[in-house]
Design a protein around this ligand. Structure first.
Ligand code: NAG
Ligand code: NAG
Ligand code: NAG
Ligand code: NAG
Ligand code: NAG
Ligand code: NAG
Ligand code: NAG
Ligand code: NAG
Ligand code: NAG
Ligand code: NAG
Ligand code: NAG
Ligand code: NAG
Length: 833
């Protein structure tokens, strides 16, 4: 604490004591240890003839000055000195350098004689800083020359290039709560001799650049009105300066601005601007006589110009601001009955309107609950009550509802079977757009969440594949487990996903897009059940439509599928159909730091073989699935920036139409493989042969695929120049490695080294395809074989350009151009075959 701040109390005691002792008329003014304060006792009129002041044994009719540190005694030689003498107390406050004495400014010294007093505080701040004065109680501006009812008057001024600028005169008890002035402030406070005022009423709060002449902040507490003026009013506002008024309006009140007086100067350069800002960066220009309603807090700025030297004219503004309850506004009342709802919260809010709309009296709406006095731009309601909601505005277009509902199961035995995740009718029947409806779903230990959309079925929003949600609403599903949050993505009705079972607690956010929601809200189809635990993190169950292409992607497409998580798709394939599973990228995209990532693919039937792809293995392009099947992905711990993100596509084709492709593909692939030594990708093993799990696959894979084989291209070209299927890379292990695949006859370890790249000698005639057609007619064979192929047709769906004839002879294996160099010793590796 600065010494001067500790002084007053001490001084009060001393001074009061002295007054008592010395009696009326005699007093001592003690400036001992009061720093930088000068007091002048001045005669009220220039020629004072009565009531001299006596000090040091002499009587005076002239000004007496008391300097810091002095402690003179005085006696007035009359009974009414207040009629003849006044006091001026001047204090310099140095905020130029070092610490500014922030905090209450004291009316020191105490114990001054009862004369009219003028306190002058000269707060010196460097030209680049603003000093902030906070007034409590707040003050009220009056035009120059006017007086205050209690005769207590503030004047605020500042220095601008050695000129004094009069920011304004103020009385106590108004709405102006803060005044910020750049480059120092001179504040005078006049207190009449008989006033009880014993505090300055302001404090120094802050020192920072405000980049303008001054800022006047008004804070309205209640219905009230205030008049404000430009600096130097009614004289000219300083040239090329900026002044700002800020208004804080409580949410239940409206404000009106009325520009009573606005005189513009003659500008040589720049323009004069008087602009209103209300939450937007673009100002709204005001002019004389204009009246504007503002829904909330706002700002008004006056910018001067460079005036013409010979005939500068004058810039001055005077305006009124009134804060009032909304009155005679159009209003609509709705009954909102939430008595049937549970654990639901609801915020109704009015979007801020644009400043351009002030003029049209298009104010932001106020929302009032049960009475037109309790109005706010936004209100929060809770379920289990019935409300009467009054909207104070012309149209409800800018009103939105955001609701949140918790469905928590605490006890596995008591949770109901089925919950409907639909926006309740009490909300959909209002003519107000539900912007978001959030369900927070929590399952206890031992139970999982099952989200179903049996009728509409869900589609995953995948912009990259142009599978877009275009309806009037969508769902965003987010996991909630802290630390490893899994964002499932955006979904909307009209897809193939019937069911999502998740081990994580999730938040589902229904987001609406536009007014179509009002009709589409009738068609909601989302249900929740609590089901016994799964060990997987998440299972999607799908039934694709026969004709549709269904794109799917791993959760957290953008952020990367979380470490060590697993996601499973259970995809139904109807009888008479074949499911084509296309991976839309070559690799899983992940680089593992710990463990490995795997994809497991298997048809449902008991004898089906499982295909396993490890993160570093090439993915198959297309697989033909003849039964319902699983696609299971388990993640490793990915290295930073090398995350797992996968797209794949499922289409259902007629059984018959699938076959020609396969055959053609087989031919082609064998040819391709034979030529280039491109090899197998993933492994296939018989079901139950191994326990499912992240057992690392052993094998030697040649992943160094180079699609350009200058050495052998002639050979290849010759055979394939007219063959449209040359882009297919069809691999059927049963065919290529058929003799080795009978795993019942070979030990498991035999897998090692079995899946070698095939790049054996190439004959002009492609190998005869195995009797696939026949085989596939045998139930066993059909069930357990899925075709591995690179399907040109499917692929070109996403890469049209690859439909064009491939460069002659340079074998582009369906566009997946591996950039790794060709293994030099391919031939040797083939020896196993
Ligand atoms: C008094 O004013 C002088 C010069 O303005 C300044 O250096 C000094 O710090 C001030 N003292 C106090 C106690 O404010
Ligand atoms: C003291 O102040 C009052 C009110 O402002 C004024 O009427 C009176 O004339 C002043 N007295 C002197 C001596 O200035
Ligand atoms: C100003 O407000 C104070 C308390 O808030 C009150 O005592 C005083 O009478 C008011 N003065 C005027 C002039 O309204
Ligand atoms: C000002 O006067 C009021 C009573 O009139 C008193 O309660 C208060 O303590 C005084 N304040 C100071 C700083 O002397
Ligand atoms: C001082 O003013 C600056 C700029 O306006 C502001 O960022 C800061 O928060 C203020 N500090 C205090 C204590 O009010
Ligand atoms: C606001 O003003 C109204 C009348 O104008 C008054 O009834 C009400 O008590 C005031 N509220 C506050 C908080 O001062
Ligand atoms: C609500 O509207 C009615 C008629 O439309 C009007 O009489 C009433 O004053 C309005 N209420 C408010 C608080 O503006
Ligand atoms: C409703 O809001 C209250 C207070 O903001 C909060 O404590 C409660 O959890 C919310 N309820 C729901 C269902 O979100
Ligand atoms: C509603 O008002 C509260 C406080 O006035 C604010 O914190 C919140 O952000 C507002 N909500 C919306 C949606 O505008
Ligand atoms: C889901 O939320 C419930 C209730 O908050 C909690 O008991 C449970 O542990 C959470 N489950 C998970 C997987 O975080
Ligand atoms: C929810 O997931 C979406 C993407 O699926 C993401 O954009 C959003 O930030 C997530 N929200 C939260 C609260 O994590
Ligand atoms: C995929 O996961 C499901 C559910 O856990 C399991 O029944 C199935 O056997 C798994 N399939 C594969 C190929 O791993």
């Amino acid at each position: 604490m600065a010494p001067e701040q500790r002084m007053p109390f001490l001084f009060l005691l001393v001074a009061a004591g002295l007054i008592l002792v010395q009696g009326a008329g005699a007093f001592e003014i003690n400036l001992f240890r009061i720093y930088n304060v000068t007091i002048r006792i001045k005669p009220a009129s220039p020629v004072l003839k009565t009531c001299p002041i006596r000090t040091g044994g002499k009587s005076y009719y002239s000004e007496q000055k008391i300097n810091p540190g002095e402690r003179p005694d005085f006696t007035f030689e009359c009974s009414t000195p207040e009629r003849h003498w006044v006091l001026v107390v001047e204090k310099n406050i140095d905020c130029m350098s070092g610490q500014c004495p922030f905090g209450d400014v004291l009316l020191q010294p105490f114990g001054l004689p009862s004369l009219n007093r003028t306190f002058v505080w000269d707060v010196k701040v460097d030209q680049l800083s603003g000093i902030e004065l906070k007034f409590s109680p707040s003050i009220k501006q009056i035009p120059p020359g006017d007086t205050c009812s209690d005769q207590v008057l503030y004047n605020i001024g500042s220095r601008l290039d050695r000129n004094r600028v009069n920011i304004g005169n103020f009385c106590r008890n108004g709405s102006v709560s803060r005044v910020k002035v750049q480059g120092g402030v001179i504040l005078t406070l006049q207190i009449p001799w008989n006033s009880k005022v014993n505090t300055s009423g302001f404090k120094l709060e802050n020192r920072s650049s405000i980049q303008r002449l001054c800022i006047i902040e008004s804070m309205f507490q209640n219905e009230s009105s205030t008049t404000l003026m430009s600096a130097n009013y009614p004289l000219g506002f300083p040239e090329d300066e900026l002044m700002t008024w800020q208004f804080v309006i409580p949410p239940n009140l409206r404000a009106s601005v009325f520009i009573k007086d606005y005189i513009k100067p003659n500008c040589a350069r720049k323009f004069v601007k008087l602009e209103l800002y209300s939450g937007r960066e673009k100002g709204f220009a005001l002019d004389k006589g204009q009246s504007v309603n503002v829904p909330g807090s706002f700002e008004l700025s006056l910018q001067g110009c460079d005036q013409i030297d010979e005939n500068p004219g004058v810039l001055s503004v005077l305006f009124d601001v009134t804060a009032h309850y909304p009155k005679n506004e159009e209003n609509v009342t709705f009954i909102l009955d939430l008595r049937k709802e549970k654990n639901m919260n609801l915020t109704i809010y009015s979007k801020p309107t644009r400043p351009e709309s002030f003029l049209k009296h298009e104010q932001g709406c106020l929302i009032c609950i049960d009475s037109s006095k309790d109005c706010k731009p936004n209100v929060t309601l809770e379920s289990a009550y019935k409300y009467s909601v009054i909207f104070m505005c012309r149209n409800l277009e800018n009103i939105r509802i955001i609701a949140e509902k918790s469905i928590v199961c605490w006890n596995a035995r008591t949770c109901h079977k089925d919950f409907s995740l639909v926006v309740p009718q009490s909300l959909t029947q209002l003519p107000i757009l539900v912007e978001k409806f959030i369900w927070k779903l929590r399952a206890p230990k031992g139970l999982n969440l099952e989200i179903r959309s049996p009728i509409l079925k869900l589609k995953q929003h995948i912009p990259q594949k142009n599978q877009l949600c275009r309806g009037s609403y969508s769902y965003v599903i987010n996991g909630t487990t802290p630390g490893r949050i899994m964002n499932f993505g955006h979904f909307c009705p009209g897809g193939a996903i019937e069911k999502i079972v998740t081990a994580d607690n999730v938040t589902i956010t229904l987001k609406t897009y536009g007014n179509e929601w009002f009709t589409e809200s009738q068609k909601q189809d989302l249900h929740l059940s609590f089901v016994p635990c799964i060990t997987e993190d998440c299972i999607f169950s799908l039934t694709p439509d026969p004709k549709a292409k269904v794109y799917l992607e791993t959760p957290d497409w953008l952020g990367g599928f979380p470490a060590h998580k697993s996601v499973y798709w259970n995809i139904s394939v109807p009888r008479k159909r074949v499911g084509q599973l296309n991976f839309l990228s070559e690799w899983m995209g992940v680089t593992c730091e710990e463990n490995r990532a795997h994809i497991y693919i298997r048809e449902h039937n008991p004898g089906a073989k499982e295909m396993v792809c490890r993160d570093d293995e090439k993915l198959p392009r297309t697989l033909e699935m003849h039964d319902h099947f699983w696609v299971n992905i388990t993640n490793c711990k990915p290295a930073a920036g090398k995350l797992l993100s996968m797209h794949f596509m499922v289409t259902l084709v007629e059984k018959n139409s699938a076959l020609p492709i396969i055959i053609g593909a087989v031919v082609a692939v064998i040819a391709v493989l034979a030529v280039i030594g491109l090899i197998i990708f993933c492994k296939k093993k018989k079901k139950n042969e191994k326990k499912e799990g992240p057992t690392p696959m052993v094998g030697v894979y040649n992943t160094n695929v180079n699609t350009q084989l200058p050495v052998r291209k002639g050979l290849f070209k010759k055979d394939r120049k007219n063959n449209e299927s040359h882009i297919y890379a069809v691999i059927d292990e049963a065919m290529v490695y058929g003799h080795l695949l009978d795993t019942s006859t070979i030990p498991e370890t035999a897998e090692v080294g079995v899946y070698q790249p095939f790049s054996g000698p190439m004959s002009i005639h492609p190998p005869s395809p195995p009797p696939l057609r026949k085989a596939s007619k045998e139930p066993n064979m059909e069930e357990s074989s899925f075709m591995l192929m690179t399907d040109n047709e499917n692929y070109t769906f996403t890469h049209r350009s690859s439909r064009e004839p491939q460069s002659n002879g340079n074998v582009n294996v369906s566009g997946n151009v591996g950039s790794k160099p060709l293994l030099e010793d391919n031939g040797q590796e083939n020896s196993a075959l």
